[in-house]
Design a protein around this ligand. Structure first.
Ligand code: DGJ
Length: 538
């Protein structure tokens, strides 16, 4: 029984005390680094983001986002990525209109989703489409990049201080506003600064000022950073620098050889973006990232991709120039997902895939992102029409199936990242792995995985994962494959099953829904993804 004093004390705990702000209730989201391991903490706990991004023009009227919210809920996503447009937020210099931010945050809350805002500011896909009209009309103040033929381009020069200050002022105002409406709820968990930065159509700015800097010395602080980090540079950057025998000083061409123009652009774009990011972080220090238009397909030289964006060639320059950016994130529309993810997973960079192709082939890459690369987020682009007439479309079925399977497993996956106990299974991830492969487990066991669907990159793909919960205790989830647990010592044989159960997780607690035995005593997962708990008797 409660004594009177205890009762009064308990009631007092429910009333917010003056001096304890709402802010302290939920800690601010942050990316925590411990050694080479990263965790994205939301409400103080590791968070894995099953995302989806809206089309570029879906957020200029909040009601246009309705199909997008439905799509996210329909595929069991937990996070929405939605653009914010500088041109609409600051229609006149210094006059801000935040009503879209308020309505989008309300929409996300109504649908039980977290939010990542995308700041479409100075850069959008390597040009300046989202800058405000007043800025577009005033190229004398807001200077443009000049191309190699001397023509003005549709890109703000990364050397233009006036544009940089205007962007930083607007971004700061946006972050201040987000803080003012969301500090106690933390619906907004991260913000993308700019969109696919860099100069599309030229390798560098050829204005007089830029050319003078290009012919001058590489800044000493960049050289110091590179010398310190010489053992961990990206392969292509290392090769370029090696071509000049790792010259420690000189002009951009003398130091970086063929990569000089892209390196020069990267330094100036990254420094510009860092000023914008720092202004935003000062107002509300949420995690910030930049996304990247990859070097892909038949692109041959900088300018085919936006030169100076955080491509694999210049990740190290971005790390040196933009310390306020928490992650350099690849937009992976490229079939070689694995290779790109590997390039962006580094001791100094966690993997986050903010955009990927919304076609079935790419859906299972969520498993690689979380269970192989220890990444914290994955998000198909332009998913507004994943649900039509209340039903998930066939195009979205793979995302729906995989997200539905992953949702209850997220706490467990987050807990086992970086332990070597997560084993994604993915048909066709490498040549020759489209019918079977073996996974080495601990405790003298291996898993023989055989895919039971015909590999078709357009549609079906066997996929899932094994989590080693204990020496003889496994979670096997997914579809389109079967697994044998094989003893690696003694006579060749399969391990004896003790129990197989079908079920789900609530946090880290296993909830069994069905016990399998007799004809069903094997680990086979057909079309629809399921979660099994398998225990062996050794
Ligand atoms: C990548 C960009 O970042 C997105 O905003 C969008 O334009 C897509 N490309 C379209 O494929």
């Amino acid at each position: 029984m409660l004594t009177r004093a205890k009762f009064i004390f308990s009631i007092a705990l429910l009333i917010p005390l003056p001096g304890i702000s709402a802010e302290s209730a939920r800690p601010i989201p942050r990316i925590e680094r411990a050694g080479n391991q990263y965790r994205f903490l939301v409400d103080g706990r590791p968070f894995l983001m099953l995302g989806g991004q809206a089309h570029n023009s879906s957020a200029s009227r909040a009601e246009d986002l309705e199909p997008f919210w439905k799509s996210l809920v329909g595929i069991h996503a937990n996070t929405a990525e939605v653009p914010l447009y500088w041109e609409l937020i600051e229609p006149q210099p210094g006059k801000f209109d935040f009503h879209l931010i308020d309505e989008i945050v309300a929409g996300a809350r109504r649908n039980g989703l977290r939010l990542v805002f995308l700041w479409f500011g100075t850069w959008k896909n390597g040009d300046m489409d989202y800058t405000p009209e007043w800025l577009k009309r005033d190229p004398a103040t807001y200077r443009r990049v000049i191309d190699a033929r001397g023509s003005e381009m549709w890109i703000i020069s990364p050397l233009c201080e006036a544009a940089r200050e205007a962007d930083a002022r607007a971004f700061r105002a946006v972050m201040e506003h987000i803080r003012s409406i969301d500090e106690s709820d933390r619906t907004v968990i991260m913000v993308q600064v700019e969109n696919e930065t860099g100069l599309l159509g030229t390798d560098r700015d050829y204005s007089e000022e830029a050319t003078r800097l290009y012919r001058g010395a590489v800044p000493a602080d960049l050289m110091v950073y590179l010398s310190k980090n010489r053992d961990s540079l990206s392969a292509s950057f290392n090769a370029a620098w090696a071509s000049t025998n790792f010259r420690a000083s000189g002009t951009w061409t003398e130091v970086f050889g063929e990569l000089a123009a892209e390196a020069f652009s990267a330094w100036h774009v990254a420094r510009y973006v860092d000023v914008v990011a720092a202004a935003g972080k000062q107002a509300y220090p949420l995690p910030l990232y930049v996304n990247n238009w990859l070097v892909e397909g038949s692109a041959t030289r900088a300018g085919n991709w936006p030169s100076g964006g955080p491509t694999v060639h210049v990740l190290d320059i971005w790390k040196a120039a933009a310390p306020h950016i928490d992650a350099l994130a690849p937009d992976i529309y490229y079939p070689k997902f694995f290779d790109v993810a590997a390039q962006f997973t580094r001791p100094d960079n966690p993997l986050f895939v903010p955009e990927t192709d919304p076609v079935p082939y790419f859906a299972a890459n969520a498993l690689l992102t979380f269970a192989y690369f220890n990444g914290f987020g994955f998000s198909p682009f332009g998913i507004d029409d994943f649900v039509e007439n209340g039903a998930v479309t066939p195009r979205a079925a793979e995302f729906e199936d995989i997200y539905r399977m992953l949702r209850p497993l997220l706490t467990l996956i987050a807990r086992y990242q970086y332990t070597g106990k997560l084993h994604p299974l993915l048909q066709g991830v490498a040549q020759g792995e489209d019918w079977a492969y073996a996974v080495r487990l601990g405790n003298k066991l291996a898993a023989g995985v055989e895919f039971t669907v015909k590999y078709d990159p357009e549609k079906a793909r066997g996929r899932g994962l094994i989590v080693e919960m204990g020496p003889d205790d496994f979670v096997v989830a997914g579809s389109g494959f079967k697994v044998n647990f094989v003893e690696l010592e003694g006579p060749p044989r399969d391990a004896q099953f003790l129990t197989i159960e079908e079920g789900t997780f609530e946090g880290e607690r296993w909830v069994s829904t069905r016990r399998l035995n007799g004809d069903e005593l094997h680990v086979e997962l057909p079309e629809q993804s399921r979660i099994l708990r398998v225990r062996l008797l050794r």
